[in-house]
Ligand binder design. Structure first.
Ligand code: ATP
Ligand code: OAA
Ligand code: CA
Ligand code: MN
Length: 621
């Protein structure tokens, strides 16, 4: 710039800007202008009173000293009146202390809380909250305990194969007290009041109390979010979770075999979590409760994804972890009802949850664009690895775990159907990731076969990432979710058979696993082919296709599908070593047979001819 006045550069610089000055005398005043107060509920104390009751000790005769709001906000604490007899002299040190309750915070507030709390929460390049779940990066089914009392002893499924490992009422309240003492010792706890089940007639009110902001954000995303009005009239929850997962269980206590313990009391309507911070425990713990409550009302609870075509045709996707429920129910051409937990009542289907929990190992923008785009501000990313500077996530990195996850509200999927309800299903798709490579990519099932495969609940996982392990491992999990069911599997199976018959749904078995040889020899069926197969089920194309029957499993397989190479439809064609194929096929058939033996003595439903048909619907060799 040329300088007109002899070498001295002048700048067009004005100290007194032309706009009006801010209306603040101090920096604190300025900051307080920044945030516009949110509308407060009419009776600010009422949720706090209910929370005080939730957090009250059973052993002592008073509740904790609770105040609403963040201790950092520097507002003088105004304690709520709790059950402590009025005008008492504090009888213990713990009753002199305040615990701040942060009630139904927004995602933005929870982000700020998460950053202040742990050195393990970060914003990724797309705005998601990256967190660590600590030592546990998956569920701990062996540490689940359910209170066995006079009622549940008769009602629930106990013993071999059952997920319900017993504890008594007394040990439950001891663990509850341990969790409460821990939570009440903290400066602040997070409390979420939310709903489960989009069917308004069968909605359940849940309260989640946790020490970690990320857990509160996870449940904000995964449960149904109440409106301000619904919160005002929330009242007493139907079920409460005490998540003290940062604090261990006492392994010397009765029924405890490790320092992790997930305890459910159906009579008290409570769940206690000690010694694991994996957020999926809360989600699947509540799912177990729904598996207890809903069948009592004649409603079937299902570990399935669900979506609907533009013409109103609904499909359910059953399958164990990693078989494709989330991936295949999230379909650009269809409306998403939900990815993991549903109810089937006489009114149709409804999602239990308000969000999705997608596996994100090897996630790619090209193959799963909707899930990729859902990973933005508000989404919780568990145990992923990111670039320290750019904060870009490396979805291929398994350094922390293979089970990396994204939890997001269902509205983050553009074609989600809100409210998440639909009519009766037309197709029931059973997904299996067969690492043996012998199940066909798709087969049409009759009702007995559908029930046989539903009760078997097969998938095979590859034997992890350790060197030298080449054998796939078969897993059988009744109803494709034995870890979550409460009654004997035949109860759910009978309900499914009855509903499929009544509403005329067709069953399908889809192998999303290996083709051209077992794991180590062949390769996983390409996702675009599986999508074409699923499209052909939805469109009705496969109902009218030509079929042939496979040996051993007796499955009906189509001879051609638009967009899928015909030779892969019969797995025998894809194996170069035909003898190895036959041997592997018989091996898997044997595993199915062994697994089903325990069910052979049970009757399914009122119709004993159905039981006989189901028993005959398995492999024949
Ligand atoms: N042919 C295929 N069909 C479906 N999924 C495939 C296929 N090939 C690879 N995949 C991958 O397999 C994984 C399926 O996981 P998904 O999250 O859908 O499991 P899920 O059934 O929802 O399990 P969970 O109950 O644990 O949530 C995804 O990572 C997906 O990309
Ligand atoms: O529950 C979890 O942690 C993940 C999940 O959906 C499953 O395992 O079925
Ligand atoms: Ca899923
Ligand atoms: Mn699941």
């Amino acid at each position: 710039m040329a300088s007109p006045n002899g070498g001295v550069t002048t700048y067009d610089y004005d100290d007194s800007d032309s706009a009006a000055p801010v209306r603040a005398q101090t920096i604190e005043e300025l900051h307080s202008l920044q945030r516009k107060a949110a509308a407060t509920t009419k009776d600010g104390a009422s949720p706090l009173q209910s929370i005080s009751a939730s957090l009250a000790s059973l052993a002592r005769e008073y509740g904790p000293n609770l105040v609403k709001g963040d201790p950092e906000a520097k507002v003088a604490p105004v304690p709520v009146k709790h059950q402590q007899p009025s005008a008492t002299i504090a009888s213990s040190d713990s009753s002199l202390k305040f615990t701040h309750v942060l009630y139904n915070l927004s995602p933005a507030e929870l982000y700020e809380q998460a950053f202040g709390q742990k050195k393990s929460s970060f914003i990724t390049s797309t705005g998601a909250l990256a967190t660590l779940s600590g030592a546990k990066t998956g569920r701990s089914p062996r540490d689940k305990r359910v209170v066995k009392d006079e009622t549940t002893e008769k009602e629930l499924w106990w013993g071999k194969g059952s997920p319900n490992i017993e504890m008594d009422e007394r040990q439950f309240v001891i663990n509850r007290e341990r969790a409460l003492d821990y939570l009440n010792s903290l400066d602040k706890v997070y409390v979420n009041d939310q709903f489960l089940n989009w069917d308004p007639e069968n909605r359940i009110k849940v309260r989640i109390i946790t020490s970690r902001a990320y857990h509160a954000l996870f449940m904000h995303n995964m449960c149904i979010r109440p409106t301000e009005e619904e919160l005002e009239t929330f009242g007493t929850p139907d079920f409460t979770i005490y998540n003290a997962g940062e604090f261990p269980a006492n392994r010397y206590a009765n029924y405890m075999t490790s320092s992790t313990s997930i305890n459910i009391s159906l009579a008290r309507r409570e769940m206690v979590i000690l010694g694991t911070q994996y957020a999926g425990e809360m989600k699947k713990g509540l799912f177990g409760v729904m598996h207890y409550l809903m069948p009592k009302r004649g409603i079937l609870s299902l570990h399935s994804g669900c979506n609907m075509g533009k013409e109103g045709d609904v499909a359910l996707f059953f399958g164990l972890s990693g078989t494709g429920k989330t991936t295949l129910s999230t379909d650009h051409n269809r409306l998403l009802i939900g990815d993991d937990e549903h109810c089937w009542s006489d009114n149709g289907v409804s999602n239990i949850e308000g969000g999705c929990y997608a596996k994100c190992i090897d996630l790619s923008q090209e193959k799963e664009p909707d899930i990729w785009n859902a990973i933005k501000f508000g989404t919780v990313l568990e145990n992923v690895v990111f670039n320290e500077r750019t904060r870009e996530v490396d979805y291929a990195d398994k350094s922390i775990t293979e089970n990396t996850r994204a939890a997001y509200p269902i509205e983050f999927i553009p074609n989600a159907l809100i409210p998440c309800v639909g009519p009766h299903p037309k197709n029931v798709i059973l997904l299996a990731c067969d690492a043996y490579g012998v199940l066909p990519p798709v087969s049409k099932l009759n009702l007995a076969q559908t029930m046989y495969h539903f009760i078997s609940g097969y998938t095979a996982i590859v034997a992890g990432t350790e060197d030298g392990i080449k054998e796939p491992t078969a897993t059988f999990s009744a109803c494709f979710g034995a870890a979550f069911i409460m009654y004997h599997p035949t109860k759910y199976a009978a309900m499914l058979a009855e509903k499929m018959q009544k509403y005329g749904a067709t069953g399908w078995l889809v192998n999303t696993g290996w083709s051209g040889g077992r794991y180590g020899v062949g390769s996983r069926i390409k996702l675009p082919y599986t999508r074409k197969i699923i499209d052909a089920i939805h469109s009705g194309e496969l109902l009218t296709a030509n079929y042939k029957k496979t040996e051993v499993f007796g499955l009906e397989i189509p001879t051609g599908i638009d967009g899928v190479p015909s030779e892969i439809l019969d797995p025998v064609n894809t194996w170069t070593d035909k003898a190895a194929y036959k041997e592997t096929l018989l091996k898997l058939a044997g595993l199915f047979k062994n697994n089903f033996e325990v069910f052979a003595t049970y009757k399914i439903g009122d119709d004993s001819s159905l039981t006989d048909q189901i028993l005959a619907a398995g492999p024949n060799f």
